[in-house]
Design a protein around this ligand. Sequence first.
Ligand SMILES: Cc1cc2nc3c(=O)[nH]c(=O)nc-3n(C[C@H](O)[C@H](O)[C@H](O)COP(=O)(O)OP(=O)(O)OC[C@H]3O[C@@H](n4cnc5c(N)ncnc54)[C@H](O)[C@@H]3O)c2cc1C
Length: 397
Amino acid sequence: MEGSVASDQTVPVFLGRDFPELREAVQRVCARFPGEYWRSCDERSVYPKEFVDALTEAGFLAALIPEEYGGSGLPLRAACVILEEINASGCNAGAAHAQMYIMGTLLRHGSEEQKRRYLPRIARGELRLQAFGVTEPTTGSDTTQLKTRAERRGDRYVITGQKVWTSRALHSDLMLLLARTTPADAVRRRTEGLSTFIVDIKANLGKGLEIRPLKAMINHNATEVFMDGLEVPAENLIGEEGQGFRYILDGMNAERTLIAAEAVGDGRWLLNKAVAYASERRVFGRPIGQNQGVQFPLARAYASLEAADMMVRRAAALFDAGRECGADANMAKHIAAEAAWEAAEAAMQTHGGFGFAREYDVERKWRECRLYQIAPISTNMVLAYIAQHVLGLPRSY
Ligand SMILES: Cc1cc2nc3c(=O)[nH]c(=O)nc-3n(C[C@H](O)[C@H](O)[C@H](O)COP(=O)(O)OP(=O)(O)OC[C@H]3O[C@@H](n4cnc5c(N)ncnc54)[C@H](O)[C@@H]3O)c2cc1C
């Protein structure tokens, strides 16, 4: 059994308000983007460019890029704090979070030349690498069976296929793409035969690459990506051909932990909002928060959020110590997704009819919180991981 924190692992986990100065710096930037800003972007399905620019200028999105490539080389826990504070301030980290973690594949598996070419420019905010093309319409969660094909022809790869739900592709310069380089029936293991590429979106739009916005429940700037004879220079292959799935998996622990921190932030914002409303709103001659029927869901959500926060800290501490953290990252993501949703439901119910009024922002956060149980990975897939890799039960799919 893989377990989570094995008894021989002594990894310190900070319990208090860690990185206080970083938290305050994030809050200062977020204060410039109040609810009206987000409602306006949401209603028009517009990308929150000004907000993303402000995060980039402040250097937050380069937190995980090592100093030698122009970033601040902070630990994963600091990046978690940034995303948590963004969402706890009522803003939406989903507009830019991928800029933090997608580059991890490049950092860990790219050549020195690739790292020098992209990372400093990403750190300076000149290049956006925040589109991640993995999910396909026909294969969904069954990633190893994806159909997009990349064929080597001389010094380039020619790519044909389709991706769906690729967030921010129209607001990114580069996309990290997972495509099949060896047919599925010609590989020894189903995790082989897939490769990762850096695709220059801007240079290829209209030349074998078409991107269409996908209307969705939340303003996540999701798109459908169509590739038909898209040519990518062979030098844009990351690492070894055929090993791309492993590289993507490598980055998942960081991604899961960061998303979990974001969910905790959303939960905190919703809970604060609900507690304030429960104290102010008077019905039947007393604050609604005096009723246990209103108090208890809020108290329960608070307890769940604290548990999720601890799990995020543990996953990040293990990651930062270079320890195995697959189980912890998955559990953090799962618990945080549920805790955020619990807080969203409690906040919605506490606000009564006003929960539906756009100006309270509760319905917006409520919609945004629902995503965590589906993307970047759905609950069942996380539970299947825990069942198989932690509990030792037979593989179910
Ligand atoms: C707003 C949004 C943004 C997204 N952004 C991106 C992005 O930037 N890049 C990207 O690549 N993808 C992105 N996604 C896609 C997301 O990762 C997928 O939607 C998600 O992984 C689930 O895949 P699917 O939608 O194909 O569901 P399916 O795989 O069709 O699954 C449907 C349901 O069946 C369940 N299920 C399937 N198989 C099993 C099984 N064996 N056992 C138990 N349950 C099972 C799933 O858990 C799920 O609940 C985004 C999605 C959304 C909604």
